[in-house]
Design a protein around this ligand. Structure first.
Ligand code: NAD
Length: 247
């Protein structure tokens, strides 16, 4: 549970890819902070289960969304019942392979989800933000956007694109009352990292100065802060939440 106390009463937060992992934890922490939360995801079964579990934390809505499909993004935008205050572009996938083994499909799928997907969602929701309140966009990048990673040509390229898009939006949207920032998680314990071999994860843990993998709550805490009124002068940054891994 978050140790940071923020109130998002009367604020509407939308989290893409919120049916599990980091997005689920973000949704949970915003609910605990009294936000109305819309969880959007393409995995119907996981979305349904997440909606049921999250109900005990506050007022949650669920919405089927495929971030790679522009008409799906449009439908989601049209279905919103309340103007938006915070958009967390979190949905993402991996298709890790060395460059030699990576197929065109592996490359395209990751770019379409992790980079173009953020464009699609933000484009559809841009006019849906509350005109009278601070507006926040938080994009999920990754430590590998800044430093590259073996086997992640597609993923590192997409996440580096997210950083560029975040900074551009900070410049373009600042005058419209938005801040746009990115969070760059290190290696966080989720299904995404569970898919990695144990010896690789042990090797990574040994390299992290704080000697542990990250928890989903570490990322949720950063999102709560960036979305808060207290962070109103933070714009166009990438906050690394990685235990010092990249130092
Ligand atoms: N776990 C880590 O160590 C780590 C590290 C750095 C960055 N990240 C980033 O954090 C974000 C969340 O990662 P996670 O570890 O929770 O992953 P996860 O696989 O546990 O969850 C990702 C969620 O996104 C959803 N999703 C995928 N494609 C989608 C699409 N086309 N439309 C809608 N929803 C879609 C999935 O259904 C799932 O619920 C991702 O952007 C990921 O790249 C994760």
């Amino acid at each position: 549970m978050s140790q940071i106390s923020f109130s998002f009463k009367d604020r509407h937060v939308l989290v893409t890819g919120g049916a599990q992992g980091i997005g689920f934890e973000i949704a949970k922490e915003f609910l605990r902070a009294n936000a109305l939360v819309t969880v959007a995801d393409y995995n119907a079964e996981a979305l349904d289960a997440a909606g049921k579990e999250l109900k005990s934390f506050g007022t949650v809505q669920t919405c089927r969304l495929d971030v790679t499909d522009r008409s799906s993004c449009q439908k989601m935008a049209e279905s919103l019942t309340k103007p938006l205050n915070v958009l967390i572009n979190n949905a993402g996938i991996t298709r890790d392979k060395s460059f030699a083994k990576m197929t065109e499909q592996d490359f395209d799928q990751v770019i379409q989800t992790n980079l173009t997907g953020l464009f699609n969602v933000t484009k559809a929701l841009f006019e849906k933000f509350d005109a009278n309140q601070p507006k926040r966009i938080i994009n999920m990048a990754s430590v590998v956007a800044l430093y590259g990673n073996f086997g992640q040509t597609n993923y590192a390229a997409a996440k580096a694109g997210v950083v560029g898009m975040t900074k551009t939006w900070a410049k373009e949207f600042g005058r419209k009352g938005f801040t746009s920032n990115a969070v760059a998680p290190g290696f966080i314990r989720t299904k995404m990292t569970e898919a990695m071999p144990k010896e690789v994860l042990d090797g990574i843990t040994a390299k992290v100065p704080v000697q542990r993998l990250g928890e989903t709550s570490d990322i949720a805490n950063a999102c709560l802060f960036l979305a808060s009124d207290q962070a109103s002068y933070i714009n166009g940054t990438v906050i690394s939440v990685d235990g010092g891994l990249v130092l």
